[in-house]
Ligand binder design. Structure first.
Ligand SMILES: [Zn+2]
Length: 283
């Protein structure tokens, strides 16, 4: 009887000691506490080793478990308001473009790609109108938190950077539409290299046009297409506190179908390579 009781007492004492030791042990910082963004199985992320970041928020096809589709109550329809349709082919195009850039330049771009369908979360909107169900927040935060952290990392490593936000539009199927809020999201680039870096033949869209692409605005200094001139992503990360520039690329259907994606990715990679050499190379 006695040895058993003693054993029980010792066990309790040891357990108490362990609890005290745990309470005193220094707490390891959680990923959140050291600024690491949350991850999600519905957001593909890939750190890079170049000052270029690719984002594609609207190409995903997957459901967000336990979350109902957004209804858009109280939001205007279209433009920067409510729209739940996906940008077909842009998830694949973003991955193909990342691979093409790596092949062409030997350096990987940073990559953030939505696998979730836009009807659940619109990652190109500020959080208050991006989702309607609180259960969608961790997925949204994984997308935007990672993108924000990549933008900061690029600025820190390279002193500058370019974010390309990849989308699809249904207005002009043979055209790529530029979105910079008429130059606002590339203001740092223009400060360093002048207006020509935004609207000249060696600007990003000038390089795409030289590669044979129909672009809008066709005259690069003209006003951009009003409802596709740059969403929340390029406005948030481009030429503001993040210290990098950002351009929204709205690809017509001709560039996004399965047969064309590889060619599109190669063409964009060629423009990225030249742009990097011209504007992103020295600190
Ligand atoms: Zn889009």
């Amino acid at each position: 009887m006695l040895p058993l009781r003693r054993f029980a007492l010792i066990t309790v004492a040891l357990a108490l000691a362990a609890v005290v030791a745990l309470a005193d042990a220094p707490v390891a910082p959680t990923p959140h506490a050291i600024g690491k963004p949350p991850t999600s199985p519905l957001v593909a992320v890939e750190p890079g080793d170049s000052p270029v970041i690719l984002s594609a928020p609207h190409g995903g096809t997957k459901d967000v478990p336990g979350v109902s589709p957004r209804k858009g109550d109280g939001l205007p329809v279209g433009g920067s308001g409510f729209f739940a349709g996906r940008d077909g082919g842009t998830e694949e195009l973003a991955h193909a473009t990342a691979a093409a850039i790596a092949k062409k330049t030997g350096k990987k771009p940073y990559l953030v790609v939505a696998q979730f369908h836009r009807k659940f979360i619109d990652a190109n909107r500020p959080p208050e109108i991006a989702y309607e169900d609180a259960k969608a927040k961790p997925t949204y935060d994984a997308y935007r938190g990672t993108l924000a952290s990549y933008c900061r990392e690029v600025k820190k490593r390279y002193g500058r950077g370019l974010l390309l936000d990849i989308h699809g539009q249904g207005r002009m199927k043979d055209t790529v539409i530029r979105g910079t809020k008429d130059g606002k999201t590339v203001a740092l680039l223009v400060q360093r290299y002048g207006e020509k870096a935004h609207t000249g033949p060696n600007s990003f869209f000038g390089l795409l046009a030289a590669g044979g692409y129909k672009v809008y605005p066709e005259k690069l200094a003209d006003k951009e297409y009003a409802t596709l001139s740059g969403g929340d992503i390029v406005q948030t990360y481009g030429s503001g506190d993040y210290g990098i520039d950002a351009i929204q690329l709205e690809f017509g259907g001709d560039f996004r179908d399965a047969a064309s994606r590889t060619a599109t990715a190669d063409k964009v990679a060629a423009a990225v390579a030249k742009f990097t050499e011209l504007y992103l190379s020295d600190k």
